[in-house]
Design a binder for this molecule. Structure first.
Ligand code: BES
Ligand code: MN
Ligand code: MN
Length: 457
């Protein structure tokens, strides 16, 4: 890579980290309506930052809810076009009391920056803007054409982005889609993600007696919504952690022997997971390893279950209602709409007596998988290796980025998932942070990649 770019990056590092701090201070929580204004000012912040980096035609484009930010530089005639996607929205911060420093007061400790969004995904989006800025300021141009699409609704399932993409197909046309919103394999070990799981979820609301009842006066004689709900929830799995919803596995593409060999070759340390999470045992579907279970197999998880008395001590009551939130992670070729229908059917069939059950679907996403022999993906692996000095791994991730499958379908562009996070960085949890080591290395990788792409497509 161009040495002037390297020099620029190291000279500008302090200023860049100050800017990142400003970016992370904006509480752009997309799911909470009280933060709508913050999400909007965050979009404006990105838009300014893109303009300052030298992007043209920068605009904040409204959707039904949170805006999309677009910017482009198309001066590299005859060269490929890279579309960089990321998200500037973040997850809620609760439980707040577990944060060592407040989530929107970014703080650098031990070469890590702590704040909500530091790793997922503001820190990684910021790196792309700064990589572009560095090349622009030192060479007065870019080795490829670049388009940015940074959205504010990823953490709520990107409900408005599919239509946006469909409506702006031409504006978004590109040769490569580049995304940094995943993790390295481990510290110092880069990985390109070639598969993401899909998502399908429902809320279950169970209503029993018209009011809370004295459990002595009525207990034993009326349906208890909490008990009826847990029975229903228990019917979702068997003792081997297999999902018992009829038809759930019908469309699952089985892992091939080749895929399983690739998993084995990673030599993943399951003992370390146990230790890190302070667990005595790992559990899951029989016949599969931990890595297979968390990225190559589908799941049905209870994300929350609530209802009845939650306060201190006891209160002898039969609650009037109980609730659960459930999401499934899906693998190729499961379809989220079909899975929701199967769950609804299962609930009808196993409907507990004496209570009213309502099922409300959530936003969803399709699973994604791509072959990784495409030159754009192989070039990305080279750029990682250049900076990290070890071979790049190709991995499947268990998380979801719902829009990726949509991009894949509509734009038919190769997708390069080049992440710089770490599984240990507490994304979606208290004390989210981002390792500055990967901020520095990542900036160099991205710059190297843009130059490399210029000659490899
Ligand atoms: N960046 C994550 C997805 C991710 C996490 C990929 C870990 C690989 C490893 C993304 O921001 C995310 O959290 N997605 C949500 C989507 C949902 C809210 C629709 C997810 O996976 O739960
Ligand atoms: Mn993310
Ligand atoms: Mn996330």
């Amino acid at each position: 890579m161009n040495n002037n770019v390297k020099v620029y990056l190291s000279e500008q590092r302090d200023r860049q980290l100050e800017e990142l701090t400003e970016f992370l201070k904006i509480p752009s929580v997309s799911s909470l309506s009280e933060h709508t204004k913050d999400v909007e000012s965050c979009a404006n912040w990105i838009s300014n930052s893109l303009s300052e980096a030298g992007m043209q035609n920068v605009k904040v484009m409204p959707t039904k809810r949170h805006p999309v930010v677009y910017g482009e530089w198309l001066g590299a005639e005859g060269k490929p076009t890279v579309l960089i996607y990321g998200h500037y929205d973040v997850q809620p911060v609760d439980p707040l009391h577990l944060w060592e420093t407040p989530p929107f007061e970014p703080m650098i400790r031990d070469e890590k920056i702590y704040a909500r969004g530091a790793s997922d995904d503001k820190g990684q989006v910021f790196m792309h803007i700064k990589a572009i800025e560095a090349i622009m300021k030192t060479t007065d141009s870019l080795p490829v054409n670049v388009k940015f699409l940074i959205e504010g609704e990823e953490e709520i399932g990107s409900p408005n982005l599919p239509d946006f993409i469909e409506e702006h197909k031409e504006m978004l046309a590109a040769d490569v889609l580049l995304i940094s919103d995943t993790a390295l394999y481990a510290k110092g070990e880069p990985a390109i993600c070639y598969a993401l799981r899909g998502l399908a979820g429902v809320q279950i609301d169970v209503k029993g007696p018209k009011r809370d009842l004295h459990s002595g006066a009525f207990g034993g004689g009326v349906p208890n919504p909490a008990k009826q709900l847990v029975d229903l929830i228990a019917s979702f799995h068997d003792d081997n952690f297999q999902i018992r919803v009829e038809g759930f596995y019908d469309k699952v593409r089985a892992l091939t022997e080749e895929e399983r060999e690739a998993y084995r070759a990673l030599q993943f340390d399951e003992e370390k997971v146990k230790k890190d999470l302070e667990l005595s045992e790992l559990v899951g579907e029989e016949g599969y390893t931990f890595l297979e279970r968390v990225s190559g197999r589908p799941t049905l998880e209870i994300n929350g279950i609530y209802g009845g008395f939650q306060g201190e001590g006891i209160k002898t009551v039969i609650p009037a209602e109980a609730h659960a939130k459930i999401t499934c992670r899906l693998v190729p070729n499961q379809d989220p709409d079909e899975i929701i229908q199967l769950i609804e059917k299962h609930i009808q069939k196993n409907k507990p007596a004496g209570v009213e059950v309502t099922v409300t679907p959530f936003d969803k996403g399709h699973p994604f998988i791509t072959p990784f022999d495409h030159p754009a993906i192989q070039a990305a692996a080279k750029s990682y290796e250049e900076e990290y000095g070890v071979p790049t791994k190709f991995i499947r991730e268990g998380g979801s980025i719902p829009i990726v499958a949509v991009f894949d379908q509509i734009l038919k562009t190769p997708v390069v998932l080049m992440g710089f996070g770490l599984e240990s960085e507490n994304i979606h949890s208290p004390n989210e942070h981002f390792h500055l080591e990967n901020f520095d290395k990542g900036l160099a990788v991205i710059c190297d990649y843009l130059f490399r792409l210029s000659d490899s497509l």
